[in-house]
Write a protein that binds this ligand. Sequence first.
Ligand code: BGC
Length: 747
Amino acid sequence: MKNKPISTALAFVAIIGISCKREGAVNKGEMDLAMEESYQGTPVSMQYDEKIDSLIAQMTLEEKVGMLHGSSMFATAAVERLGIPEFTMADGPLGVREEISRDSWAPAGWDNDFATYYPAGGGLAATWNPEMAYRFGNSVGAEARARDKDMLLSPAINIIRTPLGGRTYEYFTEDPFLNKKMTVPFVVGVQENDVAVSEKHYAANNQETHRDYVDVQIDERTLREIYLPAFKAAVTEGQAYGFMGAYNKFRGDYLCENEYMLQTVLRDQWGFDGIVVSDWAAVHDTKKALESGTDIEMGTPKPFDEFYFADALIKAVKEGKIEERYVDRAVKRVLQVMFTIKAIDDEGRKKGELSTEKHFQDAYDIASESIVLLKNDGGLLPINLDNIKSVAVIGNNATKKNALGGFGAGVKTKREVTPLEGLKNRLPESVQINYAEGYREGYSENEKAKLGDITLNGPVTLDELDPMLVEEAVNAAKNSDVAIIFAGSNRDYETEASDRASLALPFGQEALIEKVMVANPNTIVVMIAGAPFDLEQISEKSSALVWSWFNGSEGGNALADVLLGDVNPSGKLPWTMPKKLEDSPAHAIDAFPGDSTVVYKEGILVGYRWFDTKEIEPLYPFGYGLSYTEFEFLDVQTDKATYQEDEMIKIDVNVKNIGNITGKETVQVYVSKPNSTVERANKELKGFGKAELKSGETKTISIPIPIKELGYYNVANNSWEVEKGDYHIKVGNSSRNILSNIKITIN
Ligand code: BGC
């Protein structure tokens, strides 16, 4: 076993306790990129091969097939006489989902399936802190074990292609580099608990509209450079044991029946040895799905023996239409993973723990690093309690809970601290809280049934304000020293299975915010949402604007600590906040949502790559986020001026905290290739590092970038290629605030 060096960039955030495990799987085809990784998973163990072969030899066809499809909503069948238990799964990205009935989506109604609600994916990514991703994974992995699960249906890592995406809150980012840097530690963290991950949704599942059938067309270079890097790193670095095949089609074939994606890319090129599980009801053809590499078919309720991988598979094998070796191949993969995670012969298997104070602390720490300070012009923040006797707390989102809601996986949790509760917990008793709901979440009754289909049917929200609620809110604001309005969306509005119709704030909130700001100029606007909204007007008029997320069990406490200054905000946007929808690439060129086909015509220019290349001003750029203190970047330098292809660029930045309080800053390194022979984005994120600095303190942040990371995917020979010549290394604290530009040359 060989440990890999821990990157110096990460050394600035506490990384104690991370076990760096065995080197990655052999990369059978495509050349690997980053080699300096700190987080390495343990591969699927092949040491049980003989045992597995002998087990398979003893199994009937029916027993084998039973292991390849849902025999209940979230488990496959056991083969008890051979000591093989059920293979059990649970969602998901926000924490371990409540127990679902065996044969319907109804909650099972248990009283021991409470779990910690962790910040949603966007919040985790906004920490820009891989250590937080590791802690998240390790914490939720322990909960999955405590709930006796073999596979956690997480992380969800699709690229945010459109700001309207219904699952934007669940996914990490628009940037492939940040995506992979958060994915790998997450995977390692989960799997250290003897639980498999399920990387989802593989792949190109970037919209909910038509997700069941839309055929996604992406050119090869864009696929490799934008949509696949995190999935690839999950295999080659994280050693993910599971992947989930997405609902949609890719280049004509459903993802669960896609030989190119499942066999050529995933297994032959990346060396994946784990299990491919279908998304729920994403299989459409027994033979094609099994032969192309889907191992387990899961689904929504219908008689389980009517699944494609059930009686139909038995029949096809008996009739000689499918060779039994394909069944054996899938069973073997499942057993290999089951042995690796000690689901069979479970001696020494981790037992996990559920809803502990330690896990709530993990949720708190992630949440407190995720909150993004967008604007703080008048010095309203942090709230100075010396001058304050009363605070108006306004907005439905002050009390709205988001652990459950909408369509899709949530968490049944015993703790979800709302923003109002957080303020009550943190404010001294001497400060009077004047709460007013202000606006109410509302949907048209007639249209409600269509909530899963918003894009097609237009908005279904009720946007008329109730004058009584407005009056209460205005009065609360007038009669308080400071007003905080909690606006945004919620998990009924941002939901799986539908995309949003527009970026407009729902429920009449914009009008309410304006009225509250007029009533009290000392108004702080806090957005609680998982995806971009049209904030241009609000941003212009308000002097203090904070972004929080569906932020887990401790979200309200973390938010109160940021508002009151006990935590200095350090989150950075993991996606671009456009001024208007039409500025975003897929919308600018009318390439969303398609109909039976969607063509990603913007190619590699996703997110800030588009805005920067086309010189479109975003409202708030990718990587942006303020602090209550200020930082200076000094003496930015690279270790050399010229490099060979197998070398590493080491960028050193002296970061100085020139303000009065401790804070954390994220150094971001973008790279440009002038005069490239191929199309290039204006710049691309290639490294980052986050550090905590006391007032007056200076630290050197070192960011290593392997030269190979600067390559582009050359479709002519299907490999990553590093062009020789000059590159610009751009160091800043957001994609639009570049503080230093260094030219290097690759020979
Ligand atoms: C979602 C998956 C989820 C599965 C099981 C599907 O609708 O797309 O993300 O894991 O349901 O709940």
